[in-house]
Ligand binder design. Structure first.
Ligand code: ATP
Length: 396
């Protein structure tokens, strides 16, 4: 029998968690004779992680957390577990009640149905309360470590320079958007703040080098081929190097979307080679477009319209992986073009080494947390199925 902890963040999203928990979640638990060991409303940033660690230390054993938050609070819990010493193997099940701004994990596991104006926020809880439907989905983690040039390799992970994603790890445009949108949170509490920050950054390119590595059980990184609408092994075995500049570089685990309607990694569930944990990686490199001949402002301005089309493709149920360039460099929604606009990979690990002079290329977004790569350093991100002694699954 699993211990039960109820935990919610009253300030996430539109600040409705307190009401949802007191008017819906707690009465439903009572009705089903589920008695939580603790009910905690977070009081400060970082509190959710402290509560979970404290609970595990005082009450060892399998734990179910009914979590009212966005992705950021779950990220905080995962990072705390990564940094803590949980001495015995522990299984944690999360029942998600989406109260945040984007709720990427929830909407990926419970995609909104087109016919419904408003999908239920209690689908994970409903499953938890109906044991016959119970189907825990193990989470994959993307662990990013930040190396300065003085780090020795292979190095022990330095926890002070490591973070763990359960949704997204990105650089380039997406990291810039998250970096700038945080300052807009109080004025624009909803997802419009991401669009405003996108407009500000869309002409920027990012310089550096990228290496992708196959996931365990696969000899090569897998690349989506729009012509055959499936993943195929890259012709390069093992490590694959890609030269920049980059407009977009984003990887996800566990999700096909970052908001209910923004399906940026829509091929998350499409099978590919390899049996180990993997990440979906979406890259846009402007110089794959034959009309882009240089890195001047006018080229960036011109390419930003194509980058915009790619992002709109994500809002059109994830149409962008099938966008190709026509012979004259226009984007078409057809697999018949000369090359794909987006490069969509599945891999087990990536490395991002920003060009030392490109400050904006040093930002990395890990589930909304913005981290900075040390000067002349790099970020290394690997997919894994357990953190330390802890396995986490989500109730779907
Ligand atoms: N009582 C509190 N006061 C201030 N900040 C808090 C409190 N409790 C939690 N937080 C912080 O609130 C932040 C936002 O939470 P969260 O990321 O879950 O929601 P969101 O950003 O609205 O949604 P999403 O991540 O889905 O976009 C978290 O980073 C967490 O540290």
């Amino acid at each position: 029998m699993s211990n039960l902890l109820v935990l919610y963040n009253p300030v996430c999203g539109d600040k409705s968690a307190h009401k949802i928990f007191n008017e819906q979640v707690l009465p439903l638990l009572k009705q089903h004779n589920k008695v939580p060991s603790r009910v905690v409303e977070t009081t400060h940033a970082g509190h959710a992680g402290e509560v979970v660690i404290d609970f595990l230390l005082t009450t060892p054993g399998p734990l179910t957390i009914i979590l009212g938050s966005g992705d950021g609070t779950l990220h905080e819990i995962v990072v705390s577990l990564y940094n803590a010493t949980v001495s015995t193997p522990t299984e944690i099940s999360i029942v998600l009640v989406p109260c945040g701004t984007a709720n990427a994990l929830y909407w990926s596991l419970f995609p909104p149905k087109k016919a419904e104006l408003q999908s239920s926020l209690l689908q994970s809880l409903d499953t938890f309360l109906s044991p016959s439907l119970y189907n825990p989905r193990p989470l994959t983690f993307a662990i990013t470590s930040f190396h300065s040039p003085t780090s020795t390799f292979p190095a022990e992970p330095d926890t002070a320079k490591t973070s763990v994603a359960i949704v997204v790890t990105s650089t380039s445009l997406h990291a810039s958007i998250l970096h700038d949108s945080e300052a807009l949170r109080s004025t624009y509490p909803g997802i419009e703040r991401f669009k405003i920050a996108a407009q500000k950054n869309i002409t920027r390119w990012y310089t550096g080098s990228v290496k992708l590595f196959p996931s365990p059980g696969s000899e090569a990184v897998q690349l989506y081929d729009p012509k055959y609408q499936r993943f195929v092994p890259s012709t390069t075995r093992g490590e694959l190097q890609l030269s920049g500049p980059y407009a977009y570089f984003l990887s996800t685990v566990n999700v096909d979307r970052l908001e209910s309607a923004f399906r940026i990694t829509p091929l998350h569930n499409l099978p590919s080679d390899g049996d180990g944990p993997f990440m979906d990686v979406v890259i846009v490199r402007p110089q794959r477009d034959i009309t882009i001949k240089d890195e001047e402002e006018s080229s960036r301005e011109s390419f930003s319209r194509k980058m915009y089309q790619v992002l709109m493709g994500a809002y059109q149920d994830g149409a962008h992986p099938n966008m190709t360039y026509s012979e004259d460099g226009n984007i078409q929604s057809s697999e018949e073009g000369s090359s794909s606009v987006v490069e969509y990979f599945k891999c087990g690990k990536w490395e991002w080494t920003p060009e030392p002079g490109d400050d904006a290329a040093h930002y990395v977004c890990v589930d909304g947390e913005i981290l900075y790569i040390p000067p002349s350093g790099k970020a290394e991100c690997s997919a894994t199925s357990a953190i330390r002694n802890v396995e986490i699954s989500v109730v779907v």
